[in-house]
Design a protein. Structure first.
Length: 279
């Protein structure tokens, strides 16, 4: 029997590293996973990025069997594919964990509460050391959609609401930013400023994401010029997503393509998508 799992991307409203509180909004970018038990060896194939480490995927499979109190199959085959580029701040790891767990659980016949599945995926990401905070906010944005605020220190959802229907323009530079290279001391120093963005995130998420982007870019030493230009051109909100380097720009529905063209983003560094309000 072959099982399939799917999850979606999200973009940052509040980076959780300074305060432990994070917020994200779901976007319509897909990650899929296909899983089947076999008589052969255990195999992982990552179609969208063959250079990506496969340890996290293996951990997800093992933890799914452990959660179900079942012995892991001696042989299995896992294939993942994604529209989300890796290590750009667009929640590729959180999304992959959600999709892989769903695929495995569909094969072994276990129903799991959506938030419990997300928490299990967060545990997998922590074990694989691909996250600093656990990224519960990212995983909730990917798995639940809409606007979500979480406490990543306790893996709790603090608030959740619809985000509405908007176009999202994402600039994706060619270079990656790995979590091991982040200036954690400087990010912790900006906690009081990030708290101001947290206070308005659920009532004015676009202003909050813009404030967050300015603060995190400054602390990380990443250029924020594109986001500032986008705001000057009438974007609703713009800022670096996650640890970057991707910049997410929210505009009115139907305006994404023309806005990206006017902003001068080259096609090979552009993702056009939209907000996603539910699974």
């Amino acid at each position: 029997m072959k099982g399939e799992g799917r999850s979606h991307g999200s973009i940052t409203v509040i980076n959780a590293m300074p305060c432990g509180i994070g917020a994200t909004m779901g976007v319509d970018l897909n990650t899929t996973a296909t899983f089947e038990e076999t008589d052969g060896r255990r195999s992982v194939t990552i179609l969208n990025d063959g250079s990506e480490d496969k340890n996290m995927a293996r951990i997800c499979v093992s933890r799914a069997y452990e959660y179900a109190k079942m012995d892991e199959s001696d042989g299995w085959n896992l294939v993942t594919d994604s529209e989300i580029p890796v290590s750009r701040g667009l929640k590729s790891s959180s999304c992959a964990c959600n999709a892989i767990l769903r695929a495995v659980f569909s094969v072994i016949g276990v129903d799991v509460d959506p938030v419990d599945l997300i928490r299990l995926g967060v545990d997998c990401a922590r074990e694989a050391r691909v996250t600093v905070t656990g990224s519960f906010d990212d995983a909730c944005g990917c798995g639940l959609g809409g606007l979500v605020m979480t406490d990543n220190r306790r893996d709790e959802i603090l608030a959740r609401s619809d985000i509405g229907d908007y176009d999202v323009v994402i600039h994706v530079p060619e270079f990656k930013i790995k979590k091991t290279g982040l200036p954690l001391d400087r990010l912790h120093e900006v906690a009081p400023r990030i708290q101001e963005a947290i206070d308005i995130a659920m009532t004015d998420p676009f202003k909050a994401m813009t404030m967050n982007g300015r603060i995190i870019s400054e602390a990380s030493g990443v250029d924020n010029t594109l986001a500032e230009r986008a705001m000057g051109m009438g974007a609703l909100g713009a800022g670096m997503s996650g640890s970057g380097p991707a910049v997410a720009i929210v505009v009115a529905k139907g305006d994404g393509e023309s806005f990206a063209k006017d902003l001068g983003i080259v096609p090979e560094e552009l993702i056009l998508t939209r907000t996603r309000c539910g699974e």
